[in-house]
Write a protein that binds this ligand. Structure first.
Ligand SMILES: [Fe+2]
Length: 389
């Protein structure tokens, strides 16, 4: 069996030799003519030299087209040196983020990091929180044509910006190798339910970025990256495998960043935050997760209302064996929100798994369980409150 003989990827059919063949290739310098340097197969763009090109439509497009090629078929990752020419706005934001972390720690304990144990700090929805604390600093922070061009290069216009601050303290643990949202946030079982072509689609829907808020030498644990690993199509089925993770640990690259540098990568790239073995560097990176405008339906639907309305007839039909199995699942799929995102990760945390319970899972639990309509309505409303800002 190949990894997708039936149109789906299977972890046990992934082949490390195929993966190695994709990954162990040198970056052809002809692919990145506008890069100023290549380190560890990662192209580096000197934005001091290229910033003016972003004001000229043709030059901007040429640069964006090169970045898109790098992200899709090339290294899968690029560094934008001095994405921020003036880093004073980063210092202002850092001070605010430090305050937010202190306030949230006092209020609720440390937010969970998905892929690492230890003492890392995380601010969910750092985008809105910065805007709420200091709208002017927020405006100055995101008034950055370099960041905008990188997002538009991968996603086109009208992208949806989100940001999560991550601070790794000295002694902070490394993450395990993984891929990112969307499919990277699903369990192996759920991920395997999506057909192979959706595994190709998933990385086109988001862009991962990071803005260095301070100098980040290698000992402070900048992100470990495996260039070209996004090219391995079954990678969402493979990244949990021990042999793939061991290969990652043998072959990753880590690049030092300076304050004001930005890093962008294809969310299908195998990567992991590094361990912070420095003496006193509290490594702060603002992780940008940017989504395609297209990741939405055309109509807004009041699915809470629909779930409440269908509950009694569904329960009656299931109890009388007129509804069950695949037909029941089809009715659930048309009624309820089946996806856990977007959500408010402060209130609806990913504890115990990667994705919080979906509305569809809640409705199914209600119909099959010993719930009454009032209890379902309360749980649906509670879920809505948790999901929204
Ligand atoms: Fe990640």
């Amino acid at each position: 069996m190949t990894e997708m003989s039936d149109g789906f990827y299977h972890a046990d059919a992934c082949d490390l030799a195929d993966f190695a063949q994709q990954v162990l290739q040198p970056l052809q310098s002809g692919m990145v003519p506008q890069a100023s340097d290549v380190q560890g197969n990662v192209p580096i763009y000197d934005m001091d030299a290229l910033r003016a090109a972003l004001d000229r439509p043709e030059a901007r497009r040429r640069l964006m087209a090169e970045w898109a090629r790098v992200l899709k078929d090339g290294a899968g990752v690029l560094v934008l040196r001095r994405a921020y020419a003036d880093t004073s706005v980063l210092d202002a934001a850092t001070a605010i983020y430090d305050q937010i972390i202190a306030r949230e720690k006092a209020a609720q304990g440390t937010a969970a990091d998905h892929f690492a144990a230890g003492s890392n700090d995380r601010i969910w929805n750092a985008l809105q929180k910065l805007c709420e604390v200091d709208p002017e600093t927020f405006v100055r922070y995101f008034a950055n044509p370099v960041i905008d061009a990188a997002c538009a290069a991968w996603l086109g216009p009208n992208y949806q910006m989100t940001a999560q601050v991550n601070v790794v303290h000295p002694g902070g643990a490394a993450q395990q190798a993984h891929r990112d949202y969307h499919l990277g946030f699903q369990t192996a079982e759920v991920s395997a339910e999506y057909p192979a072509h959706v595994h190709d689609l998933s990385p086109l829907m988001t862009l991962q970025g990071g803005i260095a808020h301070g100098d980040t030498p290698v000992e402070s644990g900048p992100t470990k990256l495996l260039p070209f690993s996004q090219r391995y199509r079954p990678g969402y089925a493979a990244w949990r495998r021990k042999d793939f993770r061991a290969f990652f640990e043998d072959h990753y690259v880590q690049l030092p960043l300076q304050k004001g540098d930005a890093l962008f990568f294809n969310p299908a790239l195998f990567h992991a935050a590094g361990a912070n073995s420095s003496e006193g560097i509290h490594r702060m990176v603002n992780l940008l997760q940017v989504s395609s405008a297209f990741g939405r339906a055309m109509e807004t639907i009041d699915r809470v209302k629909m779930c409440t309305l269908v509950f009694a007839p569904m329960k009656r039909l299931v109890a009388t064996a007129q509804l069950g199995g695949a037909a029941f699942d089809a009715a659930l799929a048309a009624t309820a929100e089946g996806y856990s995102f977007p959500t408010n990760l402060d209130r609806d945390p990913p504890a115990g798994g990667l994705a919080p319970q979906s509305q569809k899972a809640l409705l199914k639990e209600a119909v099959l369980g010993d719930w009454d309509g009032g209890h379902l309505r309360a749980r649906l409303e509670d879920q809505e409150v948790r999901r929204h800002v």
